[in-house]
Design a protein around this ligand. Structure first.
Ligand SMILES: [Fe+2]
Length: 215
């Protein structure tokens, strides 16, 4: 999602208000105010609420300081998003094309700052949080957390997450994920996820996953 929206920001023609609209619609941060159902920054931002609800309370019992630091990161990331969303919102109202181009350059820079901070946050979660969870929780407990996140999402948002997540997984990761879902979820859930994978994942990779999982 980051690489995609970043490339679009870099190459967008802000003199063209109509052509800029889909990109700017992706730069909200709250689903409640977003125009686009799959608003990209909304999806990125939703990771914070998911973690704080389904993961952090359990991890906090083992390492409250680490969890607190990640929560503070989330708040700082939200403040960056508020700025980006306001800039994106204000940009089309500028009458002069040169002014919109200048605001577009500033918006691109702000978004890059956010993406750098976000990727750094995700890397630190992978380095600190994931090993801690592997040490303290069983696979079953972690699967329950994942199911809680996925099951708690509105269906259309879940579909948008999968449209981005599935093509971003390699064969082994997707096989493990689909295998676990097949083992623990009713067939309609597997069909729902497989349908999105068939549309979005590279056909060769998806064929390999289907053979390995047996779907
Ligand atoms: Fe996080």
């Amino acid at each position: 999602m980051i690489y995609d929206v970043s490339g679009r920001l870099q190459t967008n023609d802000f003199t063209d208000v109509a052509a800029s609209k889909p990109l700017l619609d992706d730069l909200e941060y709250e689903f409640s105010s977003a125009i686009s159902a799959g608003c990209i920054l909304c999806l990125l931002h939703s990771h914070a609420a998911d973690e704080e609800t389904a993961v952090f309370p359990s991890v906090s019992k083992h390492d409250a300081a680490t969890v607190q630091a990640f929560i503070e990161d989330h708040h700082a990331l939200t403040r960056r998003l508020e700025t980006i969303a306001k800039m994106a919102h204000d940009l089309p109202s500028k009458a002069r094309p040169e002014e919109r181009v200048q605001l577009g350059i500033a918006l691109n820079r702000k978004a890059n700052d956010f993406f750098a901070a976000y990727l750094d946050h995700m890397n630190r979660e992978e380095e600190k949080l994931v090993p801690l969870m592997r040490e303290r929780f069983t696979d079953e407990q972690m699967r329950t957390m994942r199911s809680g996140i996925m099951g708690g999402m509105p269906r259309d948002r879940f579909a948008w997450v999968l449209r981005w997540m599935l093509p971003s997984l390699n064969v082994s990761e997707m096989t493990a994920m689909l295998g676990a879902i097949k083992a623990t979820s009713p067939p309609p859930v597997v069909e729902f996820i497989s349908g999105i994978a068939a549309q979005r994942v590279d056909p060769q990779r998806w064929q390999a996953v289907k053979e390995r999982v047996g779907i």
